[in-house]
Design a protein. Structure first.
Length: 388
C-alpha cells in the first residue's frame, strides 16, 4: 500500500473535520482572534465568550460544573498540576502518596520527582490482567496518606480500572483522588456528580480535538486546594496562568460536544470492529492477548507473539501504523514497563503491538489488517529470525 492504515488511535487522533471548521474561525484577522483576557474591546469579549462556551462543553462531558474546569496544555500538564500541586499544598498533613506501576509516564515521573523531594510513594502492582484492585489500594492507605493517583483506562493495554471502587475508599479515608482520564473521556460515561473524584485530567487530542490543549477538573464543592506549579498572571483563577489559546480551547469544546452526542453509538461500533479483528487474530500460533478482555476499552487490542523478534515484527508491519508498546529512550528500546509489571517475560513483551481502532476505521480496513498481520507473522515464523 502507498499509505499505511492508521491503527494507533490511543496515541493520537486526527482532528475531526467538524472540529477543524470551528478552530479556523478563531485563528486569523477575519475571525475571532482576540485575547480572551482583554475585556476592554469586543474582540476580547467575543473570544472570552467562546472560551466559556467550550468550558461548558468540556464540563458536560464529565458532568461537572464549568467553574471546575481549568484549561491546560494537555494531560501531561494536568497530571503535573494535580499531583505536584496537591502534594505540595497538603504536605503538612503527611507525605505519603499512592499510585500504580502501570500509570502513564506523565504520572510516574512526577512521583519520582516528589520522592527526590522527600515524599514517600507506594506503587500498587497490577494483577496478570493489568487490573489494580481496590483492595490493594485500601491496604496501602495510611494515616499520613494525602493523595492517590490512578488512571481510568490504561493507555497501553486498554484495561478499565475500578475508579468507582477507588473513589469510595479515598472519600471514606479523607484522601484526595486524582484520576488520569485521558483514555476514558469520550469513550466511557464519566459522571463526577456521582463518583467522588477530586482531580481529573483530560486532553483534547484523544477525542479528535487539537493537540496542545487539555483540562484539569478540580472539585469545588467541597473545594479541593492545590498549589500552582507555574506563575505569572491571573488566568484560570490563578491556578494555571498564561494567555488562553482560544482556537485550541474552542476545538476541545467542540470535540467534547461531538463525543458526548455520539459516544454510545460509536463505542458499540468500535467494540464490534475490535471483536471482529480479535476473532481473526486469536488463532495465530503463539499469539497472546495482554490485558483483561472484558474490562477493556472498546477500541484496544494489545498482543504479543511468542518466538518472534520484536524489532523485526514492527519493521515488517510497515503497511499499518501501530504502536510497539515499547518505552524508547535516546539509546535503548526496552520492553513495556506495563507488561513487565503484569509479569509478562521480557522476550515476549518485546513483541507486543498495540492496535487501536478509531472513529475513521472501516470494516474493510479491519479485514485487511487482520489478513496482513496473519500473513506477516506466519512469514516471520517461517524464516525463523532469532529472538531478542
Amino acid at each position: 500500500m502507498n499509505t499505511p492504515i492508521y491503527l494507533d488511535y490511543m496515541s493520537t487522533t486526527p482532528m475531526d473535520k467538524r472540529v477543524v471548521n470551528e478552530v479556523v474561525k478563531y485563528m486569523d484577522v477575519d475571525g475571532c482572534f482576540g485575547n480572551p483576557s482583554s475585556s476592554t474591546h469586543r474582540f476580547g469579549i467575543q473570544a472570552s465568550a467562546a472560551v466559556e462556551k467550550a468550558r461548558k462543553n468540556v464540563a458536560k462531558l464529565i458532568n461537572a460544573e464549568p467553574f471546575e474546569v481549568f484549561f491546560t496544555s494537555g494531560a501531561t500538564e494536568s497530571d503535573n498540576l494535580a499531583i505536584r500541586g496537591a502534594a505540595l499544598f497538603h504536605q503538612r498533613r503527611g507525605k505519603h502518596l499512592i499510585t500504580s506501576e502501570i500509570e502513564h509516564k506523565a504520572v510516574l515521573d512526577v512521583f519520582r520527582q516528589l520522592e527526590r523531594e522527600g515524599f514517600e510513594v507506594t506503587y500498587l502492582k497490577p494483577d496478570e490482567n493489568g487490573l489494580v484492585s481496590a483492595s490493594s489500594l485500601s491496604e496501602a492507605i495510611r494515616d499520613d496518606t494525602i493523595l492517590v493517583s490512578l488512571m481510568y483506562v490504561n493507555n497501553e493495554i486498554g484495561t478499565i480500572q475500578d475508579v468507582e471502587g477507588y473513589a469510595a475508599i479515598t472519600s471514606a479515608s479523607g484522601v484526595l483522588l486524582h484520576v488520569d482520564a485521558s483514555q476514558a473521556a469520550g469513550k466511557l460515561p464519566i459522571d463526577l456528580k456521582k463518583i467522588p473524584i477530586d482531580l481529573l485530567s483530560l486532553t483534547a487530542h484523544k477525542i479528535y480535538g487539537p493537540k496542545g490543549v487539555g483540562a484539569l477538573y478540580i472539585k469545588q464543592k467541597p473545594k479541593v486546594r492545590i498549589q500552582p506549579v507555574i506563575f505569572g498572571g491571573g488566568q484560570e483563577q490563578g491556578v494555571r496562568p498564561g494567555t488562553l489559546p482560544t482556537h485550541q480551547i474552542v476545538g476541545f469544546g467542540e470535540a467534547c460536544k461531538l463525543a458526548l452526542n455520539e459516544m454510545g453509538e460509536e463505542q458499540d461500533r468500535l467494540v464490534k470492529l475490535r471483536n471482529k479483528l480479535w476473532l481473526q487474530l486469536k488463532n495465530i500460533e503463539g499469539i497472546r492477548l495482554n490485558g483483561d478482555l472484558e474490562n477493556r476499552i472498546g477500541n484496544n487490542l494489545n498482543v504479543c507473539f511468542e518466538g518472534l523478534n520484536g524489532e523485526s515484527l514492527i519493521f515488517a508491519l510497515k503497511d499499518i501504523a501501530v504502536s510497539s508498546g515499547s518505552a524508547c529512550t535516546s539509546s535503548t528500546v526496552e520492553p513495556s514497563y506495563v507488561l513487565r509489571a503484569m509479569g509478562v517475560p521480557d522476550l515476549l513483551a518485546d513483541t507486543a503491538i498495540r492496535i487501536s481502532i478509531g472513529r475513521f476505521t472501516t470494516e474493510e480496513e479491519v479485514d485487511y489488517c487482520a489478513q496482513y498481520i496473519q500473513n506477516t507473522v506466519k512469514w516471520l515464523q517461517e524464516i525463523g529470525l532469532p529472538k531478542g
